[in-house]
Design a protein around this ligand. Structure first.
Ligand code: C2O
Ligand code: CU
Length: 511
């Protein structure tokens, strides 16, 4: 195992991502940021310097557990203070597991601005993947915005490295990650099947598809064999699957080496499914089950939290909330304020564990009681927790969304999906306890629920939120904490703001 050092300068520069020159937020002059490639057991040591002149930043290492280093998780107001312009923050953490991951900004709407890149963690030398491939390709899918996120002026960019196949049939591993700020995507390739083998850094029982759904925050590996007529090229379509967005599919070519990459196929590109095709999406999602040998979930949970997500106005502002609370992050990061018992830093009351059982999920809210809040769900260390995510109609009539939820610091088992309001008793009989996939991001379907189970075994404070950046930014998230008393040696630079900064200055006799 190695220590790998990187210096990341986060900065704005002009770039034409899709034939339109604009300010892009990137790293070391690159967009997407540099790809990090490392081995299981390696330590990443990354100095992130904020070269933006007017805003704070941070980088979250999405899918990396940060076991024992909760301060390096990179979520502003939760695990650290924002890195101010001119400052450098040192992230140092261990990579525990092979897989396809990525990193991204975790302050405001910086993903929308372009702040992201790939992380690929290989098995240690000598160990083999449970599937074979000859070469690999890394696809980082995203949505791309010209002006403001409010305008539905959306494009799509994909960073495709060496998209040229050799003549001989070969099997490629395509790593696909979605750093989309908002859109759910679907990738389809003409004439070629894809065998899905990995999801969010965990092996899955291989299954074959001709298109793949991918939500913001998810990653997959698929195997593709280049066994088609090598005298022509093939379309790759990436379409979005969201309501009220009119962007057309993004297209690129799968090019067999030996013919020019500028020869377009004689047939039309595959059409990715429309957003309302829920059945097809559910069918895809249900195919994702754990590969034999994956750890199974504990048979029972010790705690069950129901989280109803809905949308409402608070003082004229459109906000999302969970169980009536719209997350508004405190100025002192939770990790420090919980560790040092700073009672004024946030609301220490326990947030609601459920919602009124007669809540009508098919209609806009009738009782308008959404409020801003910053309470924390506190777990016993090692407690087994179920979270039932419940989707509901948004504020407008007949409007709904697919929300991909991401948990920091853990992986969870996805026990199942269902329609309507979750019923304890009946619906839990449907839980898959045999081979549920281990993931860090999972979608909730319109008017449906998704059940996950995890062990609260990672001392620290962790965000659990919808990965659509504008949703998280307007309150669609909760905060979990466990075993913070066991967190040792939080670096001072993670605490150098708000009430923890005051505390440090007091200690040093400066106040
Ligand atoms: Cu990839 Cu909190 O997010
Ligand atoms: Cu959402």
């Amino acid at each position: 195992a190695k220590v790998r050092h990187y210096n990341f300068d986060v900065e704005y520069f002009f770039k034409s991502v899709d034939c339109f020159e604009q300010l892009v937020m990137g790293i070391n002059g690159q967009f997407p940021g540099p790809t990090i490639r490392a081995e299981v057991g390696d330590i990443l040591d990354i100095n992130v310097t904020n070269k933006l002149s007017t805003e704070g930043t941070s980088i979250h290492w999405h899918g990396i557990r940060q076991y024992g280093t909760p301060w390096a998780d990179g979520s502003v107001s939760i695990s650290q203070c924002a890195i101010n312009p001119g400052e450098t923050f040192n992230y140092r953490f261990k990579l525990n597991k092979a897989g396809t991951y990525f990193y991204h900004g975790h302050n405001g709407l910086q993903v929308t601005g372009g702040l992201y890149g790939s992380i690929i963690v290989d098995l240690p030398n000598g160990q083999k993947e449970p599937f074979h491939y000859d070469d690999e390709i890394n696809l980082l899918l995203s949505d791309w915005w010209h002006k403001s996120i409010q305008e539905q002026d959306v494009g799509l960019t994909n960073s495709i490295e060496t998209f040229r196949w050799v003549w001989e049939p070969q099997t490629y591993r395509i790593r696909i990650a979605s750093t989309a700020s908002l859109l759910s995507l679907n990738l389809a390739i003409s004439n070629h099947n894809m065998v899905v083998v990995e999801a969010d850094g965990n092996y899955v029982e291989p299954f074959t598809v001709d298109k793949i759904d991918i939500y913001s925050g998810e990653s997959y590996s698929v195997l593709l064999t280049t066994d088609q007529n090598p005298n022509q090229n093939y379309w790759i379509s990436v379409g979005h699957r969201d309501d009220n967005v009119s962007t057309t599919q993004a297209l690129t070519l799968l090019n067999y080496k030996g013919i020019s990459a500028s020869i377009l196929p004689s047939f039309p590109p595959p059409i990715t499914p429309p957003w309302y095709d829920v059945e097809e999406r559910l069918a895809f999602t249900n195919k994702v089950v754990a590969l034999k040998g994956t750890p199974q979930p504990p048979k029972y949970s010790q705690r069950r939290i129901h989280l109803l997500g809905n949308q409402d106005l608070i003082d004229g502002y459109l906000r999302w909330g969970m169980n009536g609370i719209s997350l508004s992050l405190p100025s002192t990061p939770y990790l420090g304020s919980i560790k040092f018992n700073l009672t004024d830093a946030f609301d220490w009351n326990d947030p609601p564990e459920t919602f009124p059982r007669d809540y009508d999920i098919y209609n806009p809210p009738t009782i308008h009681n959404l409020v801003m809040g910053n309470m924390v769900y506190k777990f016993q260390l090692n407690e087994v927790v179920d979270v039932i995510l419940q989707n509901a109609n948004s504020l407008a009539l007949n409007s709904t969304a697919f929300h991909p939820w991401h948990l920091h610091g853990h992986e969870f088992w996805v026990l199942g999906y269902g329609n309507g309001t979750f019923k304890d008793g009946d619906d839990e009989k449907l839980f898959n306890l045999k081979n549920p996939p281990l993931k860090n991001t999972v979608v909730i379907f319109p008017y449906g629920w998704t059940a996950i189970r995890f062990r609260a075994d990672n001392p620290g404070v962790w965000a659990f939120h919808c990965h659509m950046e504008p949703h998280y930014h307007t309150g669609m998230g909760v905060v979990f904490a466990e075993g913070v008393e066991y967190v040792k040696r939080i670096p001072e630079q993670a605490l150098a703001c708000g009430l923890t900064a005051k505390m440090l200055m007091n200690k040093e006799g400066l106040l």
